[in-house]
Design a protein around this ligand. Structure first.
Ligand code: GLY
Ligand code: MN
Ligand code: MN
Length: 456
């Protein structure tokens, strides 16, 4: 096999030229600098089992699962890179240095595959990449594992990325819907290690919500209080994990009626509610997805409490419907029944029958959760939306009422109130375990929790 050609380092026009003397000086005098510590990933044994499950679905076929490529933000600046969830799930590799890497499951006889990981190894110190290349150079973006280190981390045989181009084609998860669907469906049931990671994500998110409540006095005083909240949560997410698992929704007052309000540029009004929908993503890339709707004064007004209690009752009904064998749609139906009846009782709807309540609820009330906030999104309807729940699935239950400020079907007092309550649950042998129960949910519990934090 030919040696891979040495590519010119990626530089920009304002980089200073390098003299031959400097180039020669840079090439020498470096001690060996292996990655420190025990580098085998704790998840390496579990990923082998996952790859075998995938292998069994595609006997004799070459399977290609790319980590994905860096995306330019502007000029020589890239967006922060996060590897594709399927790649992370199969390799355990989650770092920014995974950009451009590819996992290949090479058919090895009719019934098994040999995994090979094509990686860009650490740049050798006798070239210029390590100190000149803005995109991949060790002195620009940090060290990368060499081939041996990547093998020890993952337990997967590793090859230089440059040799990947010589491979015959195969099924590529970034283009092949059948492979993408299989990868989504294999991830529907979480293994014990994944449930642990998700609990960690939930626990850090709980801490982030607590930080936000503590910071409310400062946020209320700032002209863009929603941004202040976003920033406070981001601090927790970035210090405890990889970051947030999706853009934080910090929506005060009528902004809460916009499902994915991520502009977060509003001022906070103490007479209004704050809808905070946020999740910490762990270093292993599992995310929580939690929403609390909180009175910014620390106390619900009677009408806010009325709306909140209806959504809470819907959520309780949804949670009670979770168990193995129940259809995925059951918890949504149970929650929406409560909402429709409540709206009819308030006189907003003439009847609880039909689907007119959807004017005020807008979206479905839950989804799978895992490496992605909207996890397993390429699973077929018969395994997800029209499927049945199974032990080990993790999902959200998140009913809401979004009472738009310009909705003339509503009494004036209800207009401009948005409430969502969202929790994360794992399906157990006989029901579901609330993973996010450490955050208060009832109005009384919220008021006393906020009272303690805002005074302290
Ligand atoms: N945070 C998006 C969602 O709740 O689905
Ligand atoms: Mn959600
Ligand atoms: Mn959410």
């Amino acid at each position: 096999m030919n040696e891979p050609a040495v590519a010119a380092p990626r530089t920009v026009s304002h980089d200073l030229p390098v003299s031959p003397e400097l180039a020669a000086f840079m090439a020498d005098g470096w001690a060996a600098s292996p990655l420190p510590g025990d580098i085998r990933l704790p998840v390496a044994d579990v990923t082998a089992v996952r790859r075998e499950r995938l292998s069994a679905l595609f006997p004799g076929e070459r399977l290609i699962v790319p980590a994905g490529e860096l995306k330019v933000r502007s000029n020589d600046c890239d967006h922060r890179f996060r590897p594709h969830s399927a790649y992370a799930w199969l390799t355990g590799l989650t770092g920014e240095e995974q950009a451009g890497h590819v996992l290949v499951l090479e058919p090895d006889g009719p019934h098994r595959h040999e995994p090979v990981l094509y990686v860009r190894p650490r740049s050798p110190r006798d070239g210029a990449e390590f100190y000149r290349d803005r995109r991949y150079g060790e002195f620009w973006v940090g060290p990368r594992p060499d081939l041996g280190e990547a093998e020890r981390m993952t337990g997967i045989r590793c090859a230089h990325q440059d040799t990947y181009a010589q491979l015959p084609p195969g099924r590529d998860a970034s283009r092949d819907p059948e492979l993408a669907t299989a990868l989504s469906e294999l991830r529907l049931i979480k293994d014990a290690w994944e449930v642990e990671q998700l609990q960690l994500a939930v626990d850090h998110t709980t801490a982030g919500f607590t930080d936000v409540v503590r910071a409310l006095p400062r946020a209320l005083a700032h002209p863009r209080g929603e941004r202040w909240i976003e920033g406070v949560f981001a601090l927790r997410a970035r210090t405890e994990g990889n970051g947030t698992g999706y853009e934080t929704i910090a929506a005060s007052g009528a902004h809460a009626c916009v499902l994915h309000w991520i502009r977060n540029d509003g001022r906070l009004d103490p007479s209004e509610l704050l809808l905070l929908d946020a999740g910490v993503e762990t270093d292993t890339l599992y995310t929580a997805d939690i929403t609390r709707t909180l009175p910014l004064s620390g106390r619900f007004s009677p009408v806010q409490r009325q709306v909140y209690e209806l959504v809470l009752a819907a959520q309780e009904a949804g949670i009670a419907a979770l168990k193995p064998g129940a259809s995925f749609r059951d918890f949504h139906r149970a929650g929406m029944r409560v909402i429709a009846e409540g709206l009819a009782e308030w006189g907003v709807l003439r009847s609880a029958e039909g689907d007119l309540h959807r004017r005020y609820t807008l979206c479905s009330s839950g989804h799978m959760l895992g490496l992605d906030v909207h996890d397993c999104a390429q699973a077929r309807a018969n395994t997800y939306l029209d499927g049945v729940l199974e032990e080990g699935q993790v999902l959200t239950v998140e009913p809401g009422l979004y009472l738009q400020s310009d909705d003339e079907t509503l009494p004036a007092a209800l207009r401009g109130i948005g409430v969502r309550i969202e929790d994360d649950l794992v399906i157990t042998a006989d029901g579901a375990r609330l993973m996010s129960g450490a955050l208060p949910r009832t109005p009384d519990a919220i008021e006393s929790w906020m009272g303690e934090l805002m005074e302290g």
